[in-house]
Write a protein that binds this ligand. Sequence first.
Ligand code: EPZ
Length: 417
Amino acid sequence: MAISGAKNSALVVLAGSLLCSQSCRIRNIPSLVDVNRMLEVLLALGVKVTRDGSAVDIDATAIQHTRAPYDIVSRLRASFFVIGPLLARMGVARVPLPGGCEIGARPVELHVRGLQAMGADVHIDHGTVHAYVPGSRGRLKGARIYLDYPSVGATETLMMAATLADGETVIENAAQEPEVTDLANFCRAMGARIRGAGTNTITIAGVPSLHSTDYGIIPDRIEAGTFLVAGAITHSELTLSPVIPEHLTAVIAKLHEAGGQVISEGMNQLRYVPGDTIRPIDLQTGPFPGFPTDMQAQFMALMALCDGNSLITETVFENRLRHVAELNRMGADIRLNGNCAIIKGVSHLSGAPVLATDLRASAALVLAGLAANGTTVLEGLQHLDRGYECLEAKFKQLGAQIVRRSASATAEAVISV
Ligand code: EPZ
């Protein structure tokens, strides 16, 4: 099974290409709806974009506009990532405030407060974040910033802004996700001076400008984790590559606890070997290196079939348990108590018509459908298409019977064993 480039690296690295006053080539970019939307944002800023398969050439030598269009930002929260690079390069940025989404309110005050600490004047007016750097030179200045929460997005926004600031910036309580490190490596490849990415303290010494680079992003650890769970829930053996095992430490540990085996084969390949049963486990999501919230829904589907009782606690997002109701419609026995799900394993799930509510919930329902007796019809594939490249084709390669009923965004996937 081939794993695509990481969605959550691609989105922020594409935004980060705005920092470069020459052209950049970024490789291993997955073909996803969200990636297409980010490219639309870059085009709307007057940046030259050309795609060559999974490589994208971005030429941000001359950024024509500093306002990100509302109609695109409203469909892609990650568009907000352009605010840091625009402020750093142009000294001004006007970006619509990203709304909430299915999984939570998704505020951005940590991004805003950090940019203000770096000397930007930021105010919100009629739903748009207006930011500019006062003074003739219009350059941000280095600052020491403590994040109340190790926010991935805030860490990435502030790290990008700091690459071209005057002086040194220290981000404390920074996010340590692999995508943060990937972004730091991309910026360093352009000549940025960044130390400590992947730890909770990142130091950035500003430089006058960044130069061209040809950079390949990391494989998607969440797609890899989703396929590992597919092996577990269908008692199938499968191999995945490319993967970076240390990006999946918590997920692999929990799959072992649940009775499976994950074997590292060579530099960048993993093999999943199922156990006799699915043992119950307890897990709690948290910032990296904790268990990733983006894998919570997939494990919920797996634990629905465990031989015992499991407890899953979601601590990162306040509304990321909506797949529970849909899993229960397939015969799961899951009770919610606040942000905790108490799962009583059942012997089997039954195929049913179900509705996807968000990206990872839709993946979890596909997994449940693969394991269920009978046919599951999943409605709302627009969520799935945001984050998974050719998912049904990849599952078909593994022997799954899954067809997309219509080309429309609200298409249905018919999944049967
Ligand atoms: C990134 O979102 C990912 N998205 C998410 O992946 C992922 O779930 C999340 O990190 C956590 O790992 C991208 O990288 C494009 P956060 P982000 O800022 O940056 C609160 C997926 O399925 N917070 O770490 O938005 C926030 O409300 C997506 O691929 C503030 O309160 O995540 C949340 O409760 C979903 N104020 C928590 O922090 C802020 O200013 C974590 O958010 C910022 C965040």
